[in-house]
Design a binder for this molecule. Structure first.
Ligand code: ZN
Length: 317
């Protein structure tokens, strides 16, 4: 019963967000994934041939039978494109065991838009093409090992969902198996992995030998506005975010990846050097310091509240 209530809340949040920020981009799996029909049904076979061997992954510190709880679906809320340590550890272990694939990176600029764990450093793209027999076979080995037995190993690594070859597998919907992937990119040249916060921070049983409580990550102050950058565990699901007050609605959004005259204005106000006209890590750091000084939510983005606190609405004389 609790799970049903939680998923209704999540859907409510996403409905509110989807009006402003969900684009059908490469990595925006999530809204359609959660909002699809709640009845449990099983789909066809996995989108790869059954492997003859399961090499698993190096670095396992877990004891047999110690397995993390099924992760909730916790979508990206903050603009924090720094690769988290669990992602680095995971991709190193995968590339050591399955060397035919390539690292296609973890993070994206927040201007890539949509809801994507690439924007908060909890995702990884592994380049294994279904048309390359060696890569396809190695992808099949890893993905079978992860998802078998209701996702036993995926849970131990904190994997929230996987997209590959026009299918999606979610740890929170493991009983349904590989479902159709509702995405403009069929993911035939790479596997997309999204992680829970515990998985992204290497705090799951595979890495530590012990089991942590779910971490629901930072919550949005207003619908469509970025959440503060995570600083600690949040053991409660985020409540549905309220609407942005009318007095803040004319603000423009600037964040990692933004360019142009307004970025230059922010950089002048905050004395940022070295990335003129581009909102990169230095500008994000300066914005974080400003937010700390003004006791605003530390989002690292020029969100609506920060836009007005910086007096960006006032034209320079
Ligand atoms: Zn991806």
């Amino acid at each position: 019963m609790q799970r049903i209530i939680a998923s209704v809340l999540v859907c409510g949040t996403l409905t509110a967000l989807s009006m402003t920020s969900v684009a059908a981009g490469e990595h925006s799996f999530a809204p359609a994934d959660v909002m699809s029909t709640p009845q449990v049904r099983s789909y066809g076979p996995p989108p790869f041939p059954a492997p003859t061997a399961l090499p698993g992954m190096p670095g396992d510190r877990g004891a047999p039978g110690v397995v993390d709880p099924v992760p909730a679906y916790v979508p990206q809320t903050s603009c924090d494109p720094r690769e988290k340590r669990g992602i680095t550890a995971f991709k190193r272990a995968v590339m050591a065991q399955y060397p035919s694939g390539k690292d296609w990176g973890s993070t994206r600029n927040c201007t890539d838009d949509g809801i994507s764990e690439h924007l908060d450093g909890r995702a990884w793209d592994w380049n294994v093409n279904v048309r390359n027999p060696t890569q396809f076979a190695q992808a099949a080995q890893l993905l079978t090992w992860l998802t078998a037995n209701n996702g036993y190993n995926a849970r131990r690594l904190g994997i929230m969902y996987i997209g590959y070859n026009a299918r999606i597998w979610g740890a929170y919907r493991a009983s349904e198996g590989w479902r159709p992937l509702n995405n403009s990119n069929p993911h035939t040249d790479h596997v997309h992995f999204s992680f829970s916060w515990n998985g992204a921070l290497a705090k799951t049983s595979f890495w530590t030998g012990s089991v942590q409580r779910e971490d629901f990550g930072p919550c949005r102050p207003y619908a469509g506005q970025p959440a503060p950058i995570r600083v600690g565990v949040n053991s409660q699901p985020c409540p549905r975010a309220g609407a942005l007050p009318a007095s803040l609605k004319k603000a423009k959004r600037l964040w990692r990846g933004s360019r142009g005259a307004n970025v230059v204005r922010v950089q002048k106000k905050l004395k940022v050097k070295g990335e003129a006209g581009f909102f990169g890590s230095r500008t994000a750091q300066a914005v974080l310091k400003f937010q700390q000084r003004k006791r605003l939510p530390r989002t690292g983005a020029v969100d609506a509240v920060t836009w007005y606190a910086l007096k960006m609405n006032v034209k320079a004389k």
